[in-house]
Ligand binder design. Sequence first.
Ligand code: PEP
Ligand code: MN
Length: 348
Amino acid sequence: MVIVMGPGATREHIDALVDLVTSAGGEAYVTRGVSRTIIGLVGDVRQFETLDLRAMPGVSDVLRISVPYKLVSSENQPGRSTVSVGGVPIGGDNMTVIAGPCAVETPDQTLESAHMARAAGASLLRGGAYKPRTSPYAFQGLGETGLKILADVRAETGLPIVTEVVDAADVDLVAGYADMLQIGTRNMQNFALLQAAGEAGRPVLLKRGMNATIEEWLMAAEYIAQRGNLDIVLCERGIRTFEKATRNTLDISAVPVAQSLSHLPVIVDPSHSGGKRELVLPLSRSAIAVGADGVIVDVHPTPETALCDGPQALVGEDIPQLAEAAATLSPLVGRTLTAAPEPVGAGV
Ligand code: PEP
Ligand code: MN
C-alpha cells in the first residue's frame, strides 16, 4: 500500500501517519519527491484495512499496489519520472547521452574523454574510479584520486559526473564527488549497497544484473526507493545468453517492458552490451528508436592503451556519428536531445 500526500501536507501530518501505521504493527517508509511525498507501507494489508488512512489530514490518495515493487511501480505513479543529475534531466521527453571512459586513468585522458563526450552529444560524463573487475589482477581503478580527477574535469567542462560505487562503505565518499552514483551489473543485488545508495542523497543509475529478470531488477530499485530515494534511472546493459558473438545480449525489449512496469527512466549501455566498437552505433540507434530515455557510451582518446574495455570505446569518426544519430533520431520518437551545460566561464 502507498499513501500519496497532498501538496499541503506538513511534517506533522506525515509523522502522524507514520505513528498510526507503526502502532498498527506495520512499517512506514517516507519518500520525499520534488512534487509530492509518498509513504510506502510494509506489512499485512489486513493490518491497515481497519485504519481510516484516507481521512487523515494531508492525505491525497491511498493506493493498493498489486506488484511487489511498490514505490517504483507505474501503479504508484502514472506518467514517466524525470531525474535531475546536477541539473541535467533524464526521462520525460528528453533523450540524454552519457559518455566517457570506462575508467579514469589520468587527468589528461579524463579531460580529453570529456571533450569527446561533449562532441558525441553527451550532457553527462561517465568514468569509473572504482572498477569491479572480473580478475583481481586487472586495473581496479584509482579510487579517491580518480574521484578528484573527475571533480576537476567537471569544474573545467561543466559536465556533471556519473561514477560507480562498489562498496557500501564508500558510498558517502563517492557521493561527496559524484552527481550520480552508478551501481553496476555485478552489484545489482548487493542489498547493503542499494540501501546505502538510497540514503546518500544522490540520484542512482542502477544497471541490470547480467543474470537478472526484469522483476528482480525492479525489486533492486525498490531497495533504493524504500530508503527514501526515488531518483533512480534503470540501465539495460545486456544479459548472459548462449550467444558468444557479443559480450552480452542487449535485451532491447527490456526497455519498453521496464517502462511499462515502472515510472523510472530506462537507458541503454550499448558498449557493455556489445563489447565491440563497431556494434555501439547500431545498438545506440536501436536504443533511441525503441524509446530509451538515454544511452551511456564508452569513449577513449587512445583505446589501444586503455586500462579497461578499450575494444568497445568510441574514438575518431565514431564521435560525430553518435552525435548525429542522437540529434536526428530523437525527434522521430518525440524526444529532444538534452543539451550539455555550458562550460564554466563560457559566454562571459
Ligand atoms: C561500467 O559501466 O563501467 C561497468 C562496469 O558496467 P557493468 O556494470 O554494466 O558491467
Ligand atoms: Mn567497462
